[in-house]
Write a protein that binds this ligand. Structure first.
Ligand code: ADE
Ligand code: ZN
Length: 319
């Protein structure tokens, strides 16, 4: 097993394993193209972000009640604990559910129950509410306002889904509202989109972390900014392989360049049910493919804690 680490980039909907998908589909009377777990797993083959998002979104149809969300969360937190995760900051996409008629309370309270259970077992865990960027800024503001009564159930906001064509600057107002509420702010940027999306996330949204950020490497001035300001990048190697946002061989992944450039990078899983592994698998595979030494592995874990939104005293206890 890998040493302790913080998981800062995982989408709870992306932890929906085929066996749970089938069980929830049967329970809720939802049609699936197949009920065979192996055949389902075979549909988890993608070559770009949008192909993945289409399957990811279709599968969320099985999630209907607070028990479904609690069960999804419970399965994730148990698997994460086995992976060595002592701190988890978990993304959820309320719009993916609200637009199917699921009450936002079912989503947030269900996941919240799983968070409480994980905490009672000793994990430090919190939720981050993500906006689906392809639904646009008005829809983001609408879901944000709907979520405000549940404000103490999440610690921050994020931005995910289809990147190209939906630049961060569209979401200026809702991020300003989130900042005024004292919420943390992160955004996916530089996954498929160029360095300009990363600049905007920093300058317009005021984000504290960049999710992915791989394409920042194309812009030396941006690399200098990220390094000088100590902006964290949450890098997801197996996701990058699956979605072709990095070279097809893990041995050619840009992680070593990021480390050499002095960037605050850490390793995460993104959508582990779809991309072939949880954070321990990601760590093990980059270690093997890139022949990372123990000191580098220790640095990656330390970076994950330093980049987290856990209370300072907790972080000091982990590093
Ligand atoms: N939603 C879930 N995973 C995502 C990813 N890797 N990029 C954008 N949106 C996502
Ligand atoms: Zn992601």
């Amino acid at each position: 097993m890998m040493g302790p680490t913080a998981e800062l980039h995982v989408h709870i909907e992306g932890t929906l394993e085929p066996d749970l998908l089938v069980r929830l589909a049967r329970r809720n009377g939802i049609d699936l193209p197949t009920y065979d777990v192996d055949e389902l797993r075979a549909t988890y083959a993608f070559t770009r972000l949008q192909d993945f998002l289409d399957v990811y979104e279709a599968n969320t149809a099985v999630l209907r009640t607070d028990e479904d969300f609690a069960e999804l969360g419970e399965m994730y937190f148990r698997r994460a604990a086995a992976a060595g995760v002592v701190r988890a900051e978990v993304f959820f996409d309320p719009q993916a559910h609200v637009r199917r008629g699921v009450p936002i309370e079912a989503v947030v309270e269900g996941l919240g129950a799983a968070v409480d259970a994980a905490r009672s077992r000793g994990m430090s865990a919190d939720l981050i509410l993500c906006f689906l960027r392809d639904l646009g800024p008005e829809a983001a503001m609408e879901v944000f306002e709907a979520a405000l009564p549940l404000r103490d159930r999440f610690i921050g906001v994020g931005l995910d889904s289809t990147e190209v064509g939906y630049p961060p600057s569209l979401f200026r107002d809702v991020y300003a509202r989130a900042a005024a509420e004292g919420l943390h702010r992160v955004a996916h940027a530089g996954e498929e989109g160029g360095p300009d999306y990363v600049w905007e996330a920093l300058d317009v949204l005021g984000v504290e972390r960049i999710d992915h950020g791989n394409r920042a490497l194309e812009d030396p001035a941006l690399v200098a900014r990220l390094r000088d300001e100590g902006v964290a990048l949450t890098v997801c190697p197996l996701s990058n392989l699956a979605l072709r946002t990095a070279p097809p061989e893990l041995s050619a992944h840009p992680l070593p360049v990021m480390l050499e450039e002095g960037l605050l990078v850490s390793i995460h899983s993104d959508d582990p049910a779809y991309f072939g592994g949880y954070v321990d698998d990601n760590l093990q595979q980059v270690r093997d493919a890139l022949q990372l030494d123990d000191e580098t592995m220790r640095r990656l874990a330390e970076n994950s804690f330093v980049s987290s939104f856990a209370p300072r005293a907790q972080v000091d206890g982990w590093i």
